[in-house]
Design a protein around this ligand. Structure first.
Ligand code: ADP
Length: 631
């Protein structure tokens, strides 16, 4: 039932307004004399439509037509409709039983109150309403729709009937099969066993006679559907299936809806063709098909015109032919049918959209993000490269500066170094002269001469060592990171200045930690740091009394850092200068450059270390240097 109800929801004040309006209308009527008949709103008049189904309300393909017709009527009818649906169950039986009880039922239902129109769906329903028209609905207009033109009983038509007929063009359907599958030799005909279906078997055979040389038709009408499924699963090559009608199979089992077709498709090893648009999209390939939409449109047109008062005899329609061919893209893919084999005017539907079609927005967005990211990354890489170049350049400069600074430091030490070299050279000379004298004697003491030579060798080695150390400090080397043992590096620096300390009568004490201190760095530069700070310390103590001239160097480990402490017994750094000692060109010495500690700090920081200057409570200065320990 799909009648409409009108419920008025009325609020109090509009009610008062309505009474007022009615009063005014009455007054107007009285003033204007006798009233004309009030024109009725046509929408107010309920129209009763009796819809008779052939097999059942949910029986495909007719259910699709009925659904579409009802939707069209609801949309287009100017009146509220009461669509009363009934089903002619007798069409479902292979051996139809008596129809009398159903006729009596309808008779008692509509006695004295016939519907405004009778609408039959499908050939069995059309035949039924025609047969019982005189008894049940003698004066009611009828629309016989979804009837194949061969099944219309023309002789029984009255002036009160309209026919919406269709034509099944089997030749067109089979030409389509042979076009898309040219190698087809056999067609398995899936069709049921109801009287209607049996009618079609003969019709199809007759119509397809011209093709009997090309294809063999194998009929499944006398098989239960389960058996048809088994056969469909192992069809020989060059066979296709043709889905005709499958309402009731040979076993008397009724197949409503689309389940039977879906089961067939699931097992079949060959493509399924059909002219029924109602099954298109559920597994059939497609081709020229009945037009559900057009048939429904004409039916709705006929019903509304008749209900509007038009004479049925004046409403005539041409038989509806198959529509232009349409194909299911998914099935074409499944069976490897090329679109180039389809007729030019065909349409391919149910195309699975490509990734691009479905996600093009997302793809564009992601591509844009990737592009931006790529841009950023290349920008960052460029920046990193630039920085690296700048870093290398600055290290280069630092190395050069450090080298110059080492020269000046060594320059400061020249006198002491000369003294240190003079000493072994002087002893070598004295020892050589002594040896010569002994050799010029009558019986030279060979053992004594051997001892003198050993002394000469030792002094020579001492002088060589001084020169080696000097060379290593003055070597102009690029910044070079190595794994080093910090205690040794500090010892080298101390050895270099030891003679100087001696010459200046300064006590130089070294207290290394007994375990290894492994750090990463440039050995020459780390040595230079220690050297600079020690020279400053020696400068600081030079004014003190000779007994109090002391520079002590110690190493230790603090957490994961290696620490070098260089303390002196000088007068310390003036409180106001503590913040400035590491600044370039800060000096308190008359001949000073003020670059030593600035370079020291730069080197320490380039090695990820720290350097701090402070004053000791005892008076002198203390420099603490820390570097990270490896591992
Ligand atoms: P320069 O030695 O040429 O003056 P530096 O940068 O090495 O340059 O030292 C800067 C200043 O820091 C020195 O002039 C001095 O005033 C102060 N200074 C450095 N070490 C000490 C120290 N051990 N005791 C006192 N003052 C120091």
């Amino acid at each position: 039932m799909s009648g409409r109800m009108f419920i008025a929801s009325v609020k109090p004040w509009p009610l008062a307004a309505a009474w007022l309006g009615l009063g005014l209308l009455l007054a107007a009527c009285i003033l204007s004399g006798p009233a004309d008949a009030v024109e009725r709103d046509p929408r107010g008049e309920l129209k009763r439509v009796l819809m008779l189904h052939s097999f059942g309300r949910e029986f495909r393909p007719w259910s699709e037509y009925a659904r579409s017709i009802k939707a069209g009527l609801e949309r287009q009818s100017p009146w509220p409709l009461d669509i009363q649906e009934h089903t002619l169950l007798s069409a479902r039986f292979n051996n139809p039983g008596p129809e009398a009880p159903f006729v009596d039922y309808l008779d008692s239902l509509y006695q004295g109150a016939p519907p405004d129109i009778v609408l039959s769906i499908g050939a069995p329903a059309a035949r039924f309403v025609q047969r019982y028209r005189a008894k049940l609905f003698p004066d009611t207009p009828m629309v016989l729709t979804v009837v194949e033109q061969r099944l219309v009983k023309r002789d029984d038509l009255t002036d009160n009937d309209v026919v919406v007929a269709v034509r099944n063009d089997f030749m067109a359907a089979f030409s389509n099969i042979l076009r898309v599958r040219p190698d087809t030799k056999t067609v398995g005909m899936v069709i049921g066993a109801s009287p209607l279906e049996k009618f079609w078997i003969d019709e199809v055979k007759r119509e397809l006679k011209p093709l009997s040389d090309r294809v063999e038709l194998v009929w499944y009408s006398d098989l239960p559907f389960e058996e048809i499924l088994k056969r469909a699963a192992r069809l020989p090559p060059d066979t296709v299936l043709f889905w005709g009608l499958m309402s009731v199979d040979a076993a008397g089992i009724v197949h409503e809806g689309d389940l039977a077709l879906r089961r067939l498709r699931a097992v079949a090893n060959a493509p399924i063709f059909s002219y029924q648009e109602a099954f298109f999209g559920d597994g059939t390939i497609g081709g020229p098909m009945q037009l559900t939409g057009e048939t429904s449109r004409r039916t709705v047109d006929a019903v509304t015109r008749i209900l509007g008062g038009e004479r049925p005899a004046s409403i005539k329609y041409e038989t509806i032919e198959f529509g232009p061919p349409r194909y299911d893209w998914r099935e074409l893919q499944r069976w490897g049918i090329s679109e180039s084999s389809l007729p030019a005017d065909s349409e391919v539907v149910f195309r699975t959209p490509t990734m691009w079609e479905v996600y093009h927005r997302e793809i564009v967005l992601i591509a844009a993000i990737i592009l931006v990211q790529a841009g950023l990354i290349s920008g960052l890489l460029h920046e990193r490269q630039r920085r690296r170049v700048a870093e290398v350049e600055s290290r280069q400069r630092l190395a050069e500066l450090a080298h110059a600074n080492r020269y000046s430091a060594v320059g400061e030490l020249t006198t002491s170094i000369a003294h240190e070299l003079n000493q072994p050279l002087g002893s070598i000379l004295t020892n050589t002269e002594t040896a010569e004298l002994m050799l010029s004697g009558a019986s030279p003491d060979i053992d004594e001469i051997r001892l003198i030579l050993a002394d000469i060798r030792r002094d020579d080695q001492r002088a060589s060592e001084v020169i080696r150390r000097l060379r290593s400090v003055l070597r102009k080397s690029p910044f070079e990171i190595k794994d080093i043992e910090l205690n040794n590096t500090v010892r080298e620096a101390i050895d270099l200045v030891a003679a100087v300390a001696h010459g200046r009568r300064t006590m130089l004490i070294y207290l290394p930690i007994l375990s290894d201190l492994r750090v990463k760095g440039d050995p020459v530069q780390l040595q230079q740091v220690v050297l600079n700070v020690i020279i400053n310390a020696m400068d600081a103590v030079s004014d003190a009394d000779t007994q109090r001239r002391e520079v002590s160097v110690s190493t230790s480990r603090v957490g994961n850092q290696a620490e070098i402490k260089i303390a002196d017994t000088g007068s310390g750094i003036a409180a106001g200068d503590l913040a400035n000692v590491f600044k370039p060109f800060f000096t308190t010495k008359p001949q000073g450059m003020g670059m030593g500690l600035a370079i020291v700090r730069t080197i320490v920081e380039a090695h990820h270390g720290t350097i701090v200057a402070e004053n000791l409570p005892s008076g002198g200065a203390l420099f603490t240097i820390r570097y990270p320990i490896i591992g």
